[in-house]
Design a protein around this ligand. Structure first.
Ligand code: ASP
Length: 406
């Protein structure tokens, strides 16, 4: 896409978000009449996810040529995901200890909130979620992790076949190009889509006054999460400049449409097509972005990890339970696991938080305290999740020593 087109689209999306905010604020529930437009945008993006992930991962891995290079790229990616997620949880713990957002919060209002429906999720469940008995059923259920694992293995196998593997790789190359063309087309609908998503969600939350009241009720908690997310975003910018040697402003400009979509949809999976497009525009190495982004959108969730740490400490403080240093270290580990286990869909982090609460023995009902404002904080953390993925692609792209993009 030409740069002028990119700028026009950016401006139109900004107008869409601001207009959506105003309309939802002033017209409240009346704006639910445009919810279907937001749904249309979201569903259209989701429609691309499975073929795009398959084509992207297979061409990214097969493009490496030598299977041994896959180990190096995978190693860098996993190291980046692990380090940045641990940094994010640490920042979350720091913010919650600093702001003490749960101290003095009344438990009465939400004491009977329903418990989230989730069973125990342990380490073995995380490993088992890498595979699926039926790859078609996994695709139909949008279980992305087994699809990615399958595609990595399949592409590695293809690349060992030499000439015989070429036609299949060429097919996926064309599929990838066709999908990216569709992404360009869908992006022209994005300004209307983000307008409708923001306006209808704010409307569903009761409009401007209700939102301000919710925010005021959990003000310190929201502040702790948002200041943590901003601190982590600043750290990611530092990584971008130092490790990936990128011009931060320039990179953010290319990523802006994806970040705005992440904020509007609260889904890193649905945003993936635009993240791929943004990182491509920023000139990140083709193989790195095609491999690192789909994996990142599924397992790398810095914003979610940070938010889970703040939320769990908030609940402990609200119940007057003091978490020792050792217990906070347990939060560090389990929040990292919970963020990996969270799907890239709206409010998934709220559900996997159960892992962390159970690990430190906190009441699951505490989640009820956070519900009112979660729809908004979800958008903020999803934006950081997507930014973290894109920085990961740039860092890995630089580390594998490749230059430029397709
Ligand atoms: N909505 C987030 C995402 O899609 C996940 C979460 O934290 O709920 O990245």
């Amino acid at each position: 896409m030409k740069s002028l087109h990119e700028q026009k689209l950016l401006l139109a999306m900004l107008v869409g978000i601001v207009a959506g905010g105003f309309s939802g604020y002033f017209w409240g529930s009346a704006m639910q009449s445009v919810a279907w437009l937001g749904e249309l945008f979201l569903t259209t993006l989701k429609m691309l996810i499975v073929p795009l992930i398959a084509a992207s991962v297979i061409t990214g891995v097969a493009g490496l040529g030598d299977v041994r290079r896959l180990g190096r790229m995978g190693g860098y990616a996993v190291a980046y995901y692990a380090c940045t997620t641990l940094f994010a949880v640490s920042i979350g713990l720091l913010m919650a200890n600093l702001w003490q957002p749960g101290v003095g919060v009344s438990l009465a209002a939400d004491a009977h909130a329903p418990k989230p429906a989730v069973g125990d999720i342990g380490f073995s469940d995380l490993i088992l979620s890498l595979v699926h008995p039926n790859i078609i059923a996994a695709a139909a259920d949008m279980k992305l992790l087994p699809i990615i694992v399958f595609c990595i293995a399949f592409a590695a196998a293809l690349s060992t076949l030499g000439e015989r593997g070429r036609p299949v790789i060429a097919f996926f190359e064309s599929l990838n190009d066709g999908m990216m063309k569709l992404v360009e087309w869908i992006m022209w609908f994005a300004p209307i889509g983000v307008f409708a998503l923001i306006a209808s969600k704010l409307g569903a939350a009761g409009g401007g006054e209700a939102f301000v009241a919710q925010l005021a009720g959990l003000g310190k908690y929201a502040l702790a999460v948002i200041s943590g997310l901003l601190t982590h975003a600043a750290l990611l910018c530092l990584f971008l400049a130092v490790l990936a040697r990128r011009q931060v402003g320039d990179y953010l400009k290319h990523m802006a449409t994806a970040l705005m979509t992440a904020f509007s949809t609260a889904s890193s999976s649905a945003t993936l097509p635009l993240t791929l497009e943004g990182v491509k525009m920023a000139g990140v190495d083709e193989k790195a972005r095609r491999f690192v982004l789909p994996l990142g959108a599924t397992v790398n969730m810095d914003g979610t990890a940070l938010y889970e740490a703040v939320a769990v400490l908030f609940i402990a403080q609200a119940y007057g339970i003091d978490l020792s240093f050792g217990q906070q270290m347990l939060v560090l580990i389990t929040a990292t696991m919970a963020a990996i286990g969270a799907a890239g869909i709206p409010e998934a982090g709220l559900v996997t938080m159960v892992i962390v609460l159970e690990a430190v023995g906190l009441p699951l009902e505490g989640i009820g305290l956070l519900l009112a404002i979660d729809w908004f904080l979800d958008r903020c953390r999803t934006t950081v999740n997507v930014f973290g993925d894109s920085v990961g692609a740039a860092v890995v792209g630089r580390l594998i020593g490749a230059k430029g993009g397709a």
